[in-house]
Design a protein around this ligand. Sequence first.
Ligand code: HMG
Length: 440
Amino acid sequence: MTAVGIDAIEIRSGKLKLDLPNTFAPQKGDDPEKYTKGLGLQNSSFPDVYEDIVTMGANAAKRLMDRKGLEPADIGRIDVATESAFDHSKPVSTYIAGCLEKVYDGDFRHANKGERKFACVAGTQAVDDAYNWIQAGRHRDRAALVIATDTALYARGDPGEATQGAGAVAMLIDEDPDLVELSTHQGYGSMDETDFLKPNQQFPSVDGKRSMQVYLSRMREALEDYESVSGKIHLDDFAYAPFHTPFPGMVRKAALLAYRHVIRDTEHEDALADAIGRQPREEEYEDREAYEEAIREYMDALKTTEEYGAWYDEVVEPTLGLSREVGNWYTGSVHIARASALRDALDREGEFVGETLLVASYGSGAQAEIHAETLQEGWRAEIEALDIDDQLDARYDLSWDEYEDVHDVHEYDKDLDREIEEFTAPDGEFVFTGWGRMNE
Ligand code: HMG
């Protein structure tokens, strides 16, 4: 079977930032450590007044095409994954293609365009669709452009407000990829849920605590489903495990769950038994509540073991670096977790070529998906080419009043009674100049 996967990625952050411990926490009257230690976040990225999902996506795609020396004729498919779309009919990919056509010779008339929606997991689903299109042989030697772009905003005062973010990840899916090859094996956990949704509304209705439970339940099912095709997985199978990261604290919980699942019925579980006992088995308990309490106790003990700590520090913690700095990017989130991990690998010894990532995506509503990816020869050059550190350093640091202005600007239905000036200057990039019209 032909190797198909992610050939290149580009990351585009919103150009503003909100400092959670120093600007957000004092305003809310909260201990800053709720954000830095509890949720695990330092800053959120926000779009300037001339940025939106289209400009961030188009700017990421343009940098990717330029870096890889691509012309529109090389791209046969453009899919955008987003849950921040402003148009119920015309897909965001057509707006982005329109931007790109202004700066390249040639157009994307030949390209199949679409928009993928399933909350945050849509970014991975769009990658999957591109993979299937190529493996089916329908691509005529062209690559697919997948763009995950979101302005992840919550209503002011919503508990989710601390986890906002904005940015885009552009990915080129192709044969013989330079970055990672995707596995044919996948696992799913999917169920109709209403903990996070946006029925005809811009900002989500969220039951935050329940959303965390749903995330964990679907993730456990996806792991079981993945193992049903891949066979039992082992802890040392994976160099890194990037998870969907609404905030790093969520991944701490998901990683512990995954670890418990993976060691179940293994020598590793036996080795830990002297110190913390064996995992409770449901059949040993009379009722579900008692079983769940026993599981919680086991997990609390497991979390404190040296073995778990070492695994977490090596395989999971490095995936959180960018998320800490930018917040939740919804569809792009798991893709910046992968990039964070590989940035960490640049500083570690070893080639990493041929090593495997366990990638766990999730979208509210709700669906988790798990697959594996194998690092390719060109991974190092691809990751070294990212300019995300420069972008993050250049962000404008918003005061609280400025944050309120920016939030108002990006609220579609808000009748603004004041003119909000841009905070940064556009620099040879696509900017928002009104609905349906984009100029460089
Ligand atoms: P909250 O209720 O304000 O926060 O909002 P909290 O009181 O639960 O505190 C958060 C953590 O900080 C807790 O840690 C506290 O103990 C800790 P935990 O007990 O959970 O480990 N804490 C402190 N730690 C140190 N020092 C302190 C301190 N104070 C508290 N002083 C909530 C949290 C997640 C509910 C909120 O942010 C929210 O509603 N977020 C939006 C929903 C969300 O992100 N859900 C995640 C799962 S669903 C998902 O990932 C999908 C999503 O990306 C959407 C999509 O798919 O499209 C959201």
